[in-house]
Ligand binder design. Structure first.
Ligand SMILES: [Zn+2]
Length: 119
């Protein structure tokens, strides 16, 4: 446990924060309710519940993006191998379209990830 985390936790408890039964989706530390906001004190980030069924966590977003980027790179690799092998115009067209959208998605993910890392 880092001393920053312990300090944040004792500050939070002193200022009347409530420890919740829910845990952080990223680090599994208990979440705290501080001034009407749910926070993970270890990640030092707010955790936001968007909908009851599908919960989107601000704290886990960079992790999700990293997983997405890894998946895209793996697909780009596999599709490039296919592209190298094929001489079928229709297949080449399909592959290039898919590669183009994957590259775009990768760039979008990187951009989005950067705005989170800046916070
Ligand atoms: Zn956390």
């Amino acid at each position: 446990m880092s001393s920053d985390y312990i300090k944040r936790m004792s500050d939070a408890l002193r200022s009347g924060a409530k420890m919740l039964s829910e845990v952080c989706p990223v680090c599994s530390s208990p979440l705290f309710e501080i001034g009407g906001e749910m926070r993970c004190l270890r990640c030092d980030k707010p955790v936001v519940r968007v909908r009851e069924e599908s919960e989107v966590y601000v704290a886990s977003t960079p992790l999700v993006l990293t997983q997405l980027e890894n998946a895209i790179v793996a697909k780009l690799d596999a599709l490039t191998a296919l592209l190298q092998q094929t001489t079928e115009p229709e297949e080449i067209k399909q592959l290039s379209e898919t590669l183009t959208s994957l590259v775009k998605l990768f760039h979008e993910s990187r951009k989005l990830g950067e705005t989170f890392r800046k916070q």
